[in-house]
Design a protein around this ligand. Structure first.
Ligand code: HEM
Ligand SMILES: *[C@@H]1O[C@H](CO)[C@@H](O)[C@H](O)[C@H]1NC(C)=O
Ligand SMILES: *[C@@H]1O[C@H](CO)[C@@H](O)[C@H](O)[C@H]1NC(C)=O
Ligand SMILES: *[C@@H]1O[C@H](CO)[C@@H](O)[C@H](O)[C@H]1NC(C)=O
Ligand SMILES: CC(=O)N[C@H]1CO[C@H](CO)[C@@H](O)[C@@H]1O
Length: 344
């Protein structure tokens, strides 16, 4: 009896050891939820507190963060390369003002607080994902699961990669191709486009939606188009006037964006077209009818997006300032990054 019990204990112990070594093997190369649990137990609280405090001051930090995450992950993976600034930022022809300083500052403030508490153990890439997760909940959106262990890129994405970001003038087949090239499917496209349920855009990026350049494919509510035109007539100097992406609940993460599409008040062609095309119409309608269906898919798609093409293990680095590589790579123009080209 005693020896059988001993044998059982030994078998159990062996199983537990095997399981543990599997987990740590995964940790070494990949991501895990508890990646920083031992090295930085206060991480989640530091992030949560700073996000909440910033959100109380400026609810715009939530859309700003989620857009930064998209612009980080889509071109070359979630490696915080979008945060890099550099020498030529002032010379860059494309305005970079549309990635909001409040969110860029927040990410760096979190990094400083986390590194002060734990040493340089958590990457800017992980911090960006965690802050976005918490801000999304603050704005009324769903919780998505975040595994940790990302490392920061050493250099920005090339211009060619930055140029793969989708444009608001894209039709649905082009959007599907663009997302498909990044292994994102139609459900990811329709749900992630729902991030346009909060935040703002600037007149130059939607000028094709109102006269005199009005393009009626896809159709826009004529009264809405007139209002956009009147508003953007005051856009002097250009890029100073903004328009909420969701006219119903501009600061709340909900499914009202899909209502906007039904009544033809989607701001971009790339939004409005989703309700017309046979490949996206059903899902768009479903998300308008069911916020929980939208939230479920959105959370899954966010997990997918935040795990694209990661640096892990000994790749990349843990940046000690989110805006600057630890050792600037010679000859690489760090200013010419996603954030700067992403204005359009
Ligand atoms: C489907 C293709 C997409 C296109 C064509 C697109 C395009 C744009 C454009 C042109 C703006 C306005 C920039 C400005 O003028 O300030 C914008 C804003 C925004 N986008 Fe997208 N986007 C797309 C997908 C996404 C995705 C996947 C997300 C996140 C999951 C996202 C989140 C946002 C947010 C939150 C804003 C508002 C930012 C703010 O208020 O600061 N977008 N997008
Ligand atoms: C920026 O450019 C100046 C002049 O070319 C150069 O001396 C300086 O080292 C550069 N700084 C960085 C951070 O690359
Ligand atoms: C997707 O990738 C293919 C092959 O590289 C390319 O020809 C196509 O233009 C890409 N689609 C978009 C919308 O960027
Ligand atoms: C958008 O415009 C409003 C009204 O002018 C302004 O108060 C707000 O700060 C602007 N938001 C952004 C993100 O620029
Ligand atoms: C977010 C960001 O990188 N902003 C920069 C945009 O360019 C100006 C100069 O034109 C810089 O001062 C900002 O830091």
């Amino acid at each position: 009896m005693a020896s059988r019990a001993t044998a059982t204990v030994l078998v159990l112990a062996a199983l537990i050891c095997a399981a543990q070594s599997t987990i740590s093997a995964a940790d070494a190369g990949g991501l895990s939820r508890g990646f920083h649990a031992a090295s930085c137990p206060g991480l989640e609280k530091i992030v949560g507190d700073l996000v909440a405090e910033t959100f109380r001051r400026d609810v715009g930090v939530a859309p700003a963060l989620i857009r930064i995450l998209f612009h980080d992950c889509f071109p070359q993976g979630c490696d915080a390369s979008v945060l890099l600034t550099g020498n030529n930022s002032e010379l860059n022809a494309v305005p970079n003002q549309t990635l909001r300083p409040v969110a860029l500052d927040l990410i760096e403030r979190i990094r400083a607080a986390v590194h002060a508490a734990c040493g340089p153990t958590v990457s800017c890439a992980d911090i960006t994902v965690l802050a976005t997760r918490d801000a999304l909940v603050q704005a009324g959106g769903p919780h998505f699961d975040v595994a940790l262990g990302r490392r920061d890129g050493l250099a920005p994405a090339s211009q060619d990669l930055v140029d793969t970001l989708p444009a608001p003038s894209f039709d649905v087949p082009t959007l599907i191709s663009s997302f498909g090239n990044r292994s994102l499917d139609v459900a990811d496209l329709v749900s992630l486009s729902g991030a346009h349920t909060f935040g703002v855009a600037h007149c130059p990026v939607f000028s094709d939606r109102f006269a005199p350049n009005i393009d009626l494919n896809p159709l826009i509510d004529p009264l809405f188009a007139r209002r956009l035109r009147a508003k953007c007539a005051k856009d002097v100097p250009q890029g100073t006037v903004n328009q909420t992406l969701d006219v119903r609940t501009p600061d709340v993460f909900d499914n009202k964006y899909y209502f906007d599409l039904i009544v033809r008040q989607g701001l971009f062609k790339s939004d409005q077209a989703l309700i017309d095309h046979p490949d996206t119409r059903l899902l768009t309608t479903r998300f308008a009818l069911s916020q929980s269906a939208f939230f479920r898919q959105f959370a899954m798609s966010m997990v997918k997006m935040s795990n694209m093409d990661l640096l892990t293990g000994t790749q990349g680095e843990i940046r000690q300032n989110c805006a600057v590589p630890n050792r600037r790579v010679e000859g690489i123009e760090t200013a010419n990054d996603e954030g700067h080209a992403a204005a359009m």
